[in-house]
Design a protein around this ligand. Structure first.
Ligand code: DAH
Length: 348
């Protein structure tokens, strides 16, 4: 009777068990060394032989069947655990992956690349030079006399150097104010004919506004050969601007101007394409935007670079890539370029 009760109780507990830990508890409680079955078998010693034998067999059977049932349930639970895990961790490889975000080419890089292509087709080579430059190559060799106000014209960032006053012009360092520095570097090292463009960053210490930045990009052009004329200069400038804007209607205005390294010198304006000459912040309500400086290479520049001005002539020009990009992409403020504003950048 007692055995039947124990069996009933154990099976009920087994039925209710919901975890492997439950099963372990049941095993310990009934089948353990100090478990209930063992306990009951110890109490059998008072029975007579036949009864004891019968009870022994029953207890033994109970013990075996409980073991079996526990084992079976444990296996089932393990299987269920695995199944649950598989369901939780199921990976649907047919779901489309999230879109990879792509970067954008910066509008200044776009413009530079396009300009390089145009000039390469016109037969120019692309040359680069240092952004930290000495005063000789940025100013002196380009015929800026010492203490000439033109040096202040291009508000310069000077590099702090010890005992700067005692250094030679070749040693005094600045951030280049224009890419014209490479004119002189290139002419020192090469013989004509020379046909190069120089793209790169330049630096000016000045207040920023819609048209001015402390750091912007220029492309310098230099062509040196025999019998080069203003007509050649004009032809090159016109075809590159029309090509860049894909517009044969682009108008150019040449005004006499002064740059120490050219004679004669010109300022080249082009019709403002942002407002179609109605007047906007890009052109300062002028309808024209000053886009280029140009001229015929000054004899002193040739001399400073070891060339004889009697034998060679040439033209040079300098253009702001930022301004060209602003005109082309109709950008009304130069400060957008370095703003890092994605609403702006994503349009390119
Ligand atoms: N270097 C001048 C500037 O940054 C631009 C320039 C003007 C370049 C006339 C030239 C030139 O080569 O002939 O303002």
């Amino acid at each position: 009777m007692k055995i039947e009760d124990l069996k009933k109780e154990a099976l009920q507990k087994l039925e209710k068990s919901a975890s492997i830990a439950d099963l372990e508890n049941i095993e310990k409680e009934y089948l353990g060394k100090k478990g209930r079955i063992r306990e009951l078998s110890l109490s059998l010693k008072d029975l007579d032989l036949e009864e004891r034998k019968q009870a022994g067999i029953k207890l033994n059977n109970l013990s075996n069947s409980l073991k079996e049932k526990l084992e079976l349930k444990r296996k089932m639970m393990k299987l269920m655990q695995i199944q649950e895990k598989e369901e939780k961790e199921f990976l649907d490889i047919t779901i489309p992956s999230p879109k990879i975000k792509r970067g954008h080419i910066h509008p200044l890089s776009l413009a530079r690349k396009e300009l390089e292509d145009i000039f390469t087709h016109l037969g120019f080579s692309i040359v680069e030079g240092p952004e930290i430059e000495d005063e000789w190559h940025n100013f002196d060799a380009l015929n800026f006399p010492l203490n000439h106000p033109a040096r202040e014209m291009q508000d310069t960032f000077f590099i702090k150097q010890r005992k700067r006053e005692e250094l030679s012009q070749n040693e005094k360092l600045i951030l280049r104010t224009h890419t014209s520095n490479v004119q002189t570097r290139y002419m020192e090292a090469h013989v004509p004919p020379i046909k190069i463009i120089v793209p790169g960053r330049v630096f000016r210490s000045e207040a920023t506004d819609a048209r001015h930045e402390v750091c912007f990009y220029q492309i310098e052009g230099l062509l040196v050969d025999e019998n080069v004329s203003v007509a050649n200069l004009k032809a090159v400038l016109e075809s590159f601007l029309q090509e860049f804007f894909r517009n044969k209607e682009v108008k150019i205005r040449l005004r006499p101007s002064y740059f120490p390294f050219v004679e004669p010198g010109f300022e080249v304006d082009m019709s403002c394409l942002v407002c179609n000459q109605k007047g906007c912040s890009t052109c300062g309500k002028e309808g024209w935007i000053e886009i280029l400086g140009a001229g015929m290479v000054h004899p002193n520049v040739f001399k400073n670079c070891g060339l004889n001005p009697k034998n060679v002539t040439g033209f040079a020009f300098g253009v702001s890539v930022d301004r060209l990009a602003m005109m082309k992409y109709k950008i009304d403020d130069i400060r957008w370029f370095h703003s890092g504003d994605l609403r702006f950048l994503k349009q390119f």
